[in-house]
Ligand binder design. Structure first.
Ligand code: 2AM
Ligand code: CA
Length: 272
């Protein structure tokens, strides 16, 4: 079976297992802080995805949020970047609005992206170069928007923070409105669908955005860090994703003036 079809089947089956596991009691633990949660379902789902890849493609590499491949330096060959549950707080508190996110790279180049909205049973997917789909329905190329008529995806928690608040507040002020969904992968595919015009955040891991970014790029959208630099496969980064004209407007008219502050933020958070 072709790799793309295998991956598509795997993400759907992983979602099926998540829906079944949700019928049992959740085991919830905290990670870096009391609001950073992980459940038995996150771990079991990553383990399942890893095992299936390992059995079928033993030479493939996997980077997963819940522990696989974090020390991976060499991205030669095929690398799967996996978030078993993106939006764990939504998963725990709402039992919906979370996704399984997978980006597959070949020799460092994007090959295929998947974002599965598990409870709505909607799979967003692309084999890079062959268009992006919502289930079997092709997504259209993005239209240009200006900030003043745009809806921006942003977690409101950032607006109260001393460093990020002053950077993001003018964007929210000048936009038509702002929304927060709580799953980066779903916010990125919302940009790809034109339901949000941009998504901004100071810090994401590759597994949060890899699958979504491939889908967004496929419909003509742009994704970079807040300094306008390309995103990498195995390092955390700041994020601005948008249709191309709004991406330019956000960088040129809002973000570039904070370059020095953003460089310090990158150095402190990511060591680079
Ligand atoms: P998660 O649910 O997989 O942890 C919430 O606004 C979004 O940001 C979710 O996609 C969440 O992914 C991600 N996220 C939350 N805290 C984060 C952090 N400290 N670094 C990177 N991504 C984070
Ligand atoms: Ca996760």
């Amino acid at each position: 079976m072709a790799l793309y079809d295998f991956a598509k089947g795997l993400v759907l089956e992983a979602g099926n297992k998540v829906r079944l596991m949700m019928k049992e009691d959740l085991n919830i633990e905290t990670k870096s802080n009391p609001n950073d949660l992980v459940t038995n379902v996150d771990k079991a789902t990553e383990d399942y995805i890893f095992e299936m890849i390992h059995q079928n493609y033993p030479e493939h590499k996997v980077i997963g949020e819940e522990g696989h491949g974090h020390d991976l330096k060499d991205i030669n060959g095929v690398v799967w970047v996996v978030d078993p549950i993106d939006g764990t707080l939504n998963f725990v508190h709402q039992q919906e609005n979370f996704a399984i996110s997978i980006g597959i790279y070949h020799e460092g180049q994007p090959y295929a992206g998947f974002v599965y909205d598990v409870m709505r049973d909607i799979l967003y997917h692309t084999k890079v170069g062959e268009g992006a789909y919502e289930n079997n329905h092709p997504l259209e190329k993005l239209k240009s928007t200006q900030l003043k008529t745009s809806i921006i995806g942003i977690n409101p928690n950032w607006l109260t923070k001393p460093i990020m608040g002053p950077i993001f507040t003018p964007i929210v002020d000048d936009a038509r409105s702002a929304r927060a969904y709580g799953s980066a992968a779903l916010e990125i595919v919302s940009v790809a669908k034109g339901q949000l015009d941009a998504y901004v955040t100071p810090r994401l891991q590759p597994w949060d955005y890899a699958g979504g970014l491939m889908i967004l790029n496929e419909v003509g959208g742009k994704g970079t860090n807040l300094l306008g630099d390309a995103l990498t496969i195995n390092q955390p980064n700041s994020i601005v994703m948008a249709n191309p004209s709004l991406h330019d407007e956000l960088l040129n008219n809002y973000l570039n003036e904070f370059e020095e502050t953003l460089r310090k933020h990158h150095k402190r958070r990511f060591g680079r």
